[in-house]
Design a protein around this ligand. Structure first.
Ligand code: RFL
Ligand code: PHB
Length: 389
């Protein structure tokens, strides 16, 4: 088998890249280790930047998002039993779109099917090879048979645990990492959200986030110790703890109901440099991870796709290598700014076990600064809505 671009991974970055390439007439095949239902069962991101929304439009997968997504003009920072609204639209002229990653993935899968793109699911032993030569290829096993796809380029869109980054010789790659001493315990429940906008709460008992998927589906998170067990958290215990961390007005308004998803996610910052190795390109979580506090992970995956698509389009349609040659540098400049922002919002909003009174005073001073300085609020807002590509 032969194609122009093999995409490893059928998450949001692989699917988005696949749709953009197919729309431009560039041949591609996506290979994933797992099946469609498994991918759609993962509950993850919820907030899209305007740049991500625009890429979905270019991909031809934005119709349902515009009907069912919730455009948000602001969010709240809650602390000291009160709320301070960050008016994203007034401060930046931009808004964000609240639309779940599961739905976005479903829309991209439907678009791919409509345009007849090839996706190979449930492939094992996927292996990118020869990417430092003129003849790259990918091998995989399916139905007991080893197969090979020859190609021009390989896009490693296979997430943090994927094979693409691991296929690169250690001496050729530099990694930068920070782990945080806590996780997020999250639930999904079919109850109306406590507020029509997101609330990020800093509380002595720990961080809490009130998010949503729709006007009838809420997504709530609380900071928890890394060794916490989901089994120890009944819905009642979760809601009681959430209430304690919110300003009283929200705590009283909280509508509770049975959760249908409950999980713990660790928090990590991670960057691999560079993001190109010959004809292998790392994209999205395969190259970088951010803690979810700034809602940046999926949006960074989308901006990587934008830069790579520009590069591949230049190569195939304009016979120019310039954009492809700049992929790693352009993507990493934006990645590091989002890594910085996600780290700073995480540091501002969480209780650190070893933070001490000094750490606490610094948080209070920064929250005070954010609520009394338009310059500070604008800086937060312009990062939250997404820096330009
Ligand atoms: P994905 O989604 O991990 O998809 C990778 C795909 O590759 C496949 N794969 C392989 N395929 C073949 N061979 C192998 N050996 C393979 N290994 C893996 C996998 O099966 C999978 O289908 O990476 P991608 O596409 O780069 O997308 C990244 C996003 O999923 C991620 O950044 C976000 O979910 C992060 N994130 C958030 N991002 C935001 O922008 N806004 C948010 O509000 C937000 N909230 C979150 C989040 C992530 C969370 N968790 C659980 C990590 C909230 C949470 C709780
Ligand atoms: C979510 O809805 O899952 C979500 C929203 C905002 C974040 C992180 C996660 O910062």
């Amino acid at each position: 088998m032969r194609t122009q671009v093999v995409i490893i991974g059928s998450g949001p970055s692989g699917l988005l890249l696949g749709c953009l390439l197919s729309n431009a007439g560039i041949d591609n095949i996506i290979i994933d280790r797992v099946g469609k239902d498994y991918i759609l069962g993962r509950v993850r991101a919820g907030v899209l930047e305007e740049g991500t929304v625009d890429l979905l439009r270019q991909a031809g997968a934005d119709e349902r998002m515009h009907l069912e997504g919730l455009p948000h003009d602001g969010f709240s920072l809650a602390f000291d039993n009160r709320d301070h609204r960050i008016d994203l639209f007034a401060l930046t002229g931009k808004r964000v779109m609240v639309y779940g990653q599961t739905e976005l993935t479903r829309d991209l899968m439907a678009r791919r099917e409509a345009i007849g793109g090839t996706t190979i699911y449930e492939a094992s032993d996927v292996s990118p090879q020869g990417f430092d030569s003129a003849a790259p290829f990918v091998t995989y096993r399916k139905d007991g048979i080893t197969r090979r796809i020859d190609c021009d380029f390989i896009a490693g869109c296979d997430g943090y645990h994927g094979v693409s980054r691991k296929a690169v010789p250690e001496k050729s790659i530099a990694t930068f990492e920070r782990t945080y001493p806590f996780g997020w315990l999250g639930i999904l429940a079919d109850v109306p959200p406590v507020s029509h906008e997101l609330i990020y709460a800093n509380h002595p008992r720990g961080f809490a986030l009130c998010s949503m998927r729709s006007q009838t589906r809420s997504r709530y998170y609380i900071q928890c110790p890394l060794d916490e067990k989901v089994e120890n958290w009944s819905d009642d215990r979760f809601y009681d703890e959430l209430r304690l961390r919110l300003p009283a007005a929200h705590a009283q308004a909280l509508v509770t109901g049975p959760s249908f998803e409950k999980s713990i996610a660790p928090l990590r910052s991670f960057v691999a440099e560079p993001m190109r190795f010959g004809s292998l390109f790392l994209v999205g979580d395969a190259a970088h991870i951010v803690p979810p506090t700034g809602a940046k992970g999926l949006n960074l995956a989308a901006s990587d796709v934008h830069y790579l698509f520009e590069g591949l389009r230049g190569h195939y349609l304009d016979r120019s290598q310039a954009a492809l040659d700049r992929y790693s540098e352009r993507a990493l400049r934006r990645v590091w700014k989002s890594v910085r922002f996600s780290w700073s919002m995480t540091t501002l909003m969480h209780r650190f076990p070893d933070g001490g009174e000094f750490g606490q005073k610094i948080q209070e001073a920064e929250l005070d600064y954010l609520t009394h300085s338009e310059a500070a609020a604008t800086s937060l807002a312009e990062n939250y809505v997404g820096l330009p590509y």
